[in-house]
Design a protein around this ligand. Structure first.
Ligand SMILES: Cc1cc2nc3c(=O)[nH]c(=O)nc-3n(C[C@H](O)[C@H](O)[C@H](O)COP(=O)(O)OP(=O)(O)OC[C@H]3O[C@@H](n4cnc5c(N)ncnc54)[C@H](O)[C@@H]3O)c2cc1C
Length: 507
């Protein structure tokens, strides 16, 4: 083993928490290796509701610390990734028998103010404050049954979750981290001063690496990595709770989303998605063992359709579902009975190894997309005795493509439309949403559609696939169609298969 196989930090898992930690650590000068057994964001981190949110409903469970930290993170992420994070208005139709108006007003008041203390923005959120609203047909009431006449409005943020993961990985790599996808940690032995870990990856074969510390950010697999791979005893338990979403034709043409109360006291979101669609989610189904490819059940589809149809003017039926996805929440088990009540806050458990100088192992339990950046800072704080201290920095540097040169997304779009008048307008808009200021690298000197390479349909051209393969670890059509883009949703099965075959030949 030569010095190139020696790292300060070995991170297990290329979900949002793993890549967030890799970015932060690499930027502080650590030599970092991140291994992901499949594709980046192939676990829970591409299967979320895609909200950067405080979590209004967590207030009912008195999770004030988590809500305050999350509300503050909305501002930071809006600032460092304005191409993939943007504000979205949520409308809550009022139903007094489910929650009285005073209770909702009190919750929204807290929601408006809780994050302020943690903000370095003069203590004020840049998002509009909550308010009471009357539903007009075509306005806030669009798509709803006429009996819903009033409600409340507040703001949270939308994020492209899988792209947030990929961009953090890119930034980590730009700061010197090594990112290996399709590479699994199969075992690791703790030596007196470092770990010796065995990795198994493409193109086959095993290799050994040494690391001064390991971070177990394996999400739903966190226990499996502890028990079966590292063989370390740690009392903490993880609660695995599956959550699913369905995608249906767009319910209304307005920009706002709905947060709908259900008689079981849960809430279900209806969110405008990928222009023509509405995303409906989510469910909470306890699972005992993680299914690597969690799938939606018929019962979950029925539950989501029923929850949405209690409110929508036109019923939402299983036959309308054009796509669905499921993921498993890796929650820290706090002993709560109901899956809704289990804490959404994260726990970082440090196993120092017993002997002085032993290489540490830090395991991440829980953690939301919203809080990944703060979680990473706290991981580095916990490991700070081991490595030279460097200040936190990730709040200040834009993620790749996030430096829009002082323009808003809208301003950037107008600028591109002026500079590339003969490129397809919708494509340019989508490209900017995915890549921000890096879109220029994909367009190159193309001035018209013919210069973009093969058109695969669904808004996907050869030049973008090339870019994703070269810069974003994309290896097959799933990586491209369902994670780095959502072009799969806009393509026929035949078109998807053409992408698969084309990539299989070239990548
Ligand atoms: C239905 C649902 C909705 C959600 N909605 C939101 C939301 O709107 N907003 C929000 O903030 N949060 C949301 N969350 C929570 C959030 O998605 C998760 O908490 C977060 O994605 C967990 O990220 P992670 O990095 O810990 O895990 P993961 O994304 O699962 O990453 C872990 C990775 O580890 C890899 N791995 C495992 N074992 C090994 C090994 N031996 N070697 C190498 N790699 C390995 C896996 O392949 C996996 O990719 C939601 C979750 C669900 C399920």
């Amino acid at each position: 083993m030569d010095s190139s196989d020696r790292y300060d930090l070995l991170i297990i898992g290329g979900g949002i928490n793993g890549v967030g930690i890799a970015r932060d650590a690499a930027g502080r000068g650590l030599k970092v290796l991140l291994v992901e057994q499949s594709d980046l964001a192939s676990g829970t981190s591409s299967a979320s509701t895609k909200l950067i949110h405080g979590g209004l409903r967590y207030l009912e469970y008195l999770e004030f610390r988590l809500v305050a930290e999350s509300l503050a993170e909305r501002e930071t992420l809006l600032a460092i990734a304005p191409h993939i994070v943007w504000p979205i208005e949520f409308v809550l139709p009022h139903e007094s028998h489910l929650r009285p108006a005073w209770m909702i007003r009190a919750g929204l008041f807290l929601y408006d103010h809780l994050g302020a203390r943690m903000l370095g923005f003069g203590g004020r959120s840049t998002l509009p404050k909550s308010k009471s609203v009357r539903f007009e047909p075509g306005g806030y009431g669009a798509g709803l049954k006429p009996e819903f006449e009033r409600g409340f409005s507040y703001y949270d943020c939308w994020v492209d979750d899988a792209r947030l993961v990929v961009l953090n990985a890119r930034s980590a790599a730009a700061h010197g981290a090594t990112i290996l996808t399709r590479t699994r940690l199969v075992s690791a032995q703790r030596g007196p001063i470092e770990w010796v870990a065995t990795l198994e990856g493409e193109p086959g074969g095993r290799r050994a690496v040494r690391a001064s510390a390991i971070v177990n950010a394996a999400g739903p697999w966190v226990r499996e990595v502890l028990d079966d791979v590292l063989k370390i005893k740690l009392e903490a338990k993880v609660r695995l709770v599956k959550g699913s979403h369905i995608v249906v034709p767009r319910v209304h043409e307005e920009h706002h989303a709905f947060i709908l109360q259900n008689p079981d006291r849960r809430v279900v979101f209806l969110i405008p998605y990928e222009r023509q669609f509405t995303l409906v989610g989510t469910t909470e189904v306890p699972v005992l063992h993680d299914e690597f490819r969690a799938r939606i059940s018929r019962e979950e589809i029925g539950y989501l359709c029923e929850a949405a149809s209690r409110y929508t003017a036109k019923p939402i039926t299983p036959g309308m579902v054009v796509w669905s996805y499921s993921g498993v929440r890796p929650l820290f088990d706090d002993g709560s009975e109901s899956p809704s009540a289990v804490t959404r806050d994260y726990q970082l458990l440090l196993d120092a190894g017993g002997e002085p100088g032993s290489p540490p192992l830090l395991s991440v339990f829980g953690g939301k997309i919203t809080t990944y950046r703060r979680l990473a800072e706290q991981v580095l704080d916990k490991l700070s005795g081991r490595f030279p201290a460097k200040p936190a920095w990730t709040h200040a540097e834009p993620l790749p493509g996030g430096d829009l040169g002082g323009l808003s997304y809208r301003g950037l779009l107008l600028d591109y439309r002026r500079r590339f008048p003969r490129l397809p307008k919708n494509w340019v808009a989508r490209l900017l949403r995915r890549h921000g200021s890096l879109a220029e690298e994909i367009i190159g000197d193309a001035q018209d559609e013919a210069a973009l390479g093969r058109n695969f349909g669904g808004g996907l051209y050869e030049c973008e696939i090339d870019f994703l393969v070269r810069n974003e670890w994309a290896r097959d059509s799933e990586d491209v169609l369902w994670r780095r883009t959502k072009c799969g949703l806009h393509m026929s099965v035949a078109e998807q298969l053409q992408v698969r075959d084309w990539m299989a030949e070239r990548v």
